[in-house]
Design a binder for this molecule. Structure first.
Ligand SMILES: [Zn+2]
Length: 217
């Protein structure tokens, strides 16, 4: 009998973030000791998540429905749009229960050193969202199982991007783009160390950052 499947399993675990060789070995041995039904349930959960979770066609948050559960919620304040770098930031803001507007997930931050320009992010889609001419215009989306509520003109764009070089660059880029768009642009006031992510902030800090947001234009 070959040990190849075991080595393959350890190698697979090691590809996960934050899992080193020792942890990968521990996880692999743990899995082997479990029942087959446990392992099937585990792998099925991963496969189902991978097959059904996609970026929302409106806000790019990850969801199992299209448009996502936030875009389709009737009680959201559609005049407020919060721009975040990552879907995890949406989860962090939602945990605070202090923000009732909508989101736009950029899918990263501008980082020339890493070859990430504005074209690699969902910035064009953001502009398109802001430039809807008629507040009552219909959003037509393919593969839409549930219709989103009628859009309302966005009045304030809140940048909730980290206070890092990349976060600052992205904020300035968006500010420059929006010079001609008639809306209020603000940026949340982080009470976090430079480079701190929303994901690591507690709800109180995030709520304070939202309340203390600074108007840019
Ligand atoms: Zn959405």
């Amino acid at each position: 009998m070959t040990t190849f499947p075991l080595a393959r399993l350890i190698d697979a675990f090691q590809k996960l973030p934050g899992v080193g060789p020792k942890s990968a070995q521990r996880l692999a041995f743990h899995v082997i000791q479990q029942s087959e039904s446990f392992v099937c349930e585990f792998t099925d959960a991963m496969i189902q998540a991978k097959q059904t979770i996609h970026p929302c066609p409106i806000c790019y948050h990850l969801s199992g429905q299209s448009p996502c559960e936030i875009c389709t919620q009737a009680n959201r304040d559609r005049r407020l749009l919060c721009v975040v770098a990552d879907a995890r930031d949406v989860l962090a803001l939602e945990r605070t229960q202090g923000f009732k507007g909508l989101y736009h997930v950029l899918g990263g931050l501008i980082s020339p050193l890493d070859g990430i320009g504005p074209d690699k992010l969902n910035i064009a889609a953001l502009l398109k969202r802001l430039q809807q001419e008629e507040p009552t215009s219909e959003i037509t989306l393919e593969d839409t199982t549930e219709a989103a509520p009628p859009p309302v003109m966005i009045q304030e764009l809140i940048l909730a991007l980290p206070p890092s070089t990349e976060g600052d660059t992205t904020s300035l880029y968006i500010q420059h783009l929006l010079n001609e768009v008639p809306l209020t642009l603000s940026r949340i006031a982080f009470g976090l160390p430079v480079g701190g992510d929303l994901d690591y902030a507690d709800s109180l800090t995030i709520n304070r950052a939202l309340q203390g947001r600074q108007v840019m234009i």
